[in-house]
Design a protein around this ligand. Structure first.
Ligand code: GLN
Length: 556
């Protein structure tokens, strides 16, 4: 078995340049050569994990199958490389200090003065090594993305650790890739290299010489620009690549392959592998580029002004589109905007499907309930995810069964009719952070339902992140009124999925199917939801020509 090689990806100049997507794309290129790849994100914040952070600040919390609450970049990694990651794939400053202080209290350092170097840096290196041993099989390549920008105080211990890491490894086993920004001066149409020069200088000051530069810009650099960067940054010209803007994130691996990033990684790490086989990826990109139709989906949520807060849901909807060879456009609608607004139904009219994603707290709930009612009454395809299931159930109890005070105890602790209530084992928990029902749990699916038709199997494992559930006391009543409990835990104590009898496609899940969707393999529920939405779209167009077109431009 060959030894694991390492790729460290750092970023200069500014955040938001797409380091995560670049790292994920390189992972895909290596995997397409038959190599096994694992990947890790370092987040230099003090939070132990992303679970306690507001989606407004860091976007969605991505949940791994083993229940870790992680950075959204892990979602990109899973979708691009098509692997399931674990809690080992997200390291934070909080975790590292927590572990070191814990060891100090146990006396593990034998009286030493505990310091950033070597104790914190050793802990970081150990965690990176920890990823090389997975299922007793060593991955051929481990990619490590360092979050933040070189020059931030927070990332210094991590950069020092990766500087040392290279020294500890045999020559040629470690690559440092730096992502920088090349601004285009609009008047002269010139790409300026100075920012990149400064970004590389900042990295070299802490002892790291990059092997490869990825320069993010709106257009390709010409050879003169590359020569200048090569000279000032001490990087060979053939290791400097343009990372240009693309229309769709799934094009990035193919663009990288075309400009030679994949073969450069293989050459510099001396990897033993065959030529890349990207045929499946190319097929998927072909479906994106040649859609047969286009539909619009409304995603009604509380954090709708930040699309990153729902990134996995949006991507999974797009995957559903790819599987049906159509373009899916997702409009994020702030649920509060539907509240106390007499034209609320106009906002939702014309969409081919409605999604209520996960969430916490009571802000915007009234608007979500209206959206559920609209989808149910107008027979618009509906997908409720986690909080979406809970809200759809409250809506059904109130408006179909007639339990006017039906509510969730999350919104009203003393709700007289607690249709949605805390799970029994959550009642005693007061600490936040890693205390919800998290990760994979099995769900039995009822045959003869839309959910069963989508999955095509009797049992599935799906990822969870919740504290509340449908109150079992109301199950019979809901079922009698036409809400089918189409997915339940194997002990039958927890409702995992519901769907409506008198509706073409109205399915809700207590879990988060979006985390398991992949561009080449849309999650079955998203695939079928989009299929139902396309059928609805066609039906409305036939009955009321122009009705959906108000929101849906002609297919180009
Ligand atoms: N707030 C709800 C709960 O804790 C839903 C959680 C979610 O949507 N992820 O059960």
């Amino acid at each position: 078995m060959s030894e694991t090689k390492y790729i460290f990806v750092t970023g200069g100049n500014l955040s938001g340049l797409g380091k995560g997507l670049a790292a994920a794309s390189m992972g895909r290129l290596l995997k397409s050569r038959g190599l096994s790849v694992s990947i890790l994100k370092v987040d230099p914040y003090i939070n132990v994990d992303a679970g306690t952070m507001s989606p407004y600040q860091h976007g969605e919390v991505f949940v791994t199958k083993d229940g870790a609450e992680t950075d959204l970049d892990l979602g990109h990694y899973e979708r691009f490389i098509d692997i399931d990651l674990t809690e080992k794939s997200n390291i934070t400053t909080g975790q590292v200090y927590h572990a070191v202080i814990d060891k100090e209290r146990k006396g593990s350092y034998l009286g030493a003065t505990v310091q950033v170097i070597p104790h914190i840096t050793n802990e970081i290196k150990d965690r990176i090594h920890g990823l090389s041993i997975q299922n007793e099989e060593r991955p051929d390549v481990v990619i490590v993305e360092i979050g933040g920008t070189v020059g931030d105080i927070e990332s210094l211990p991590f950069l020092e650790a990766i500087r040392q890491f290279r020294m500890d490894q045999p020559r040629g086993h470690v690559l440092n890739i730096h992502l920088t920004f090349l601004p285009l001066v609009s008047t002269t149409k010139e790409l300026k290299t100075k920012l990149t020069q400064h970004a590389v200088r900042a990295l070299r000051e802490i002892g790291i010489q990059p092997d490869i530069l990825l320069c993010r810009s709106t257009q390709e650099m010409n050879d003169d620009v590359k020569k200048k960067i090569a000279l000032f940054c001490n990087v060979p010209i053939d290791s400097i690549f343009s990372d240009v803007d693309v229309d769709n994130i799934y094009f990035i691996p193919l663009v990288f392959e075309e400009i030679g990033v994949g073969s450069k990684l293989v050459e510099l790490l001396n990897l033993e592998c065959g030529p890349p086989d990207l045929s499946d990826w190319i097929g998927m990109v072909d479906a994106i580029k040649n859609p047969e139709a286009k539909i619009k989906i409304a995603l009604v949520g509380k954090y709708a002004i930040l699309r990153d807060a729902y990134i996995s849901v949006i991507e999974a909807l797009i995957h559903g589109g790819i599987a049906n060879r159509i373009t899916v456009e997702v409009d994020c609608i702030l649920s509060e905007n539907l509240e106390d607004n007499e034209n609320w139904s106009d906002i939702l009219a014309g969409y081919s499907g409605i999604v209520i994603p996960g969430g916490f707290g009571d802000r915007g709930i009234k608007g979500k309930i209206l959206a559920c009612q609209f989808a149910r009454e107008q027979k618009v395809p509906f997908l409720g995810l986690c909080l979406g299931l809970q809200v759809a159930t409250v809506e059904y109890a109130r408006n179909v069964i007639g339990i006017k005070n039906a509510n969730s105890t999350e919104f009203d602790e003393v709700a007289p009719e607690p249709i949605i209530d805390l799970m029994p084992d959550q009642k005693k928990i007061t600490r936040k952070g890693g205390t919800m029902r998290l990760g994979h749990y099995p769900c039995n699916i009822k045959p003869g339902t839309n959910a069963h038709e989508a999955y095509g199997v009797d049992v599935v494992n799906e990822r969870h992140r919740h504290r509340l559930e449908i109150n079992n006391k109301y199950r019979d009543q809901l079922e009698k009124a036409g809400m089918i409990m189409c997915g339940v835990s194997p002990d039958d104590l927890l409702v995992e999925m519901v769907e409506l009898k008198d509706h073409p496609w109205h399915v809700s899940t207590q879990f988060h199917p979006e985390f398991q969707s992949r561009p080449q393999r849309a999650h079955p529920l998203f695939r079928e939801f989009i299929k139902a939405s396309l059928e609805y779209h066609k039906r409305v167009e036939d009955l009321l020509p122009g009705k959906v077109k108000e929101k849906v431009p002609e297919v180009s």
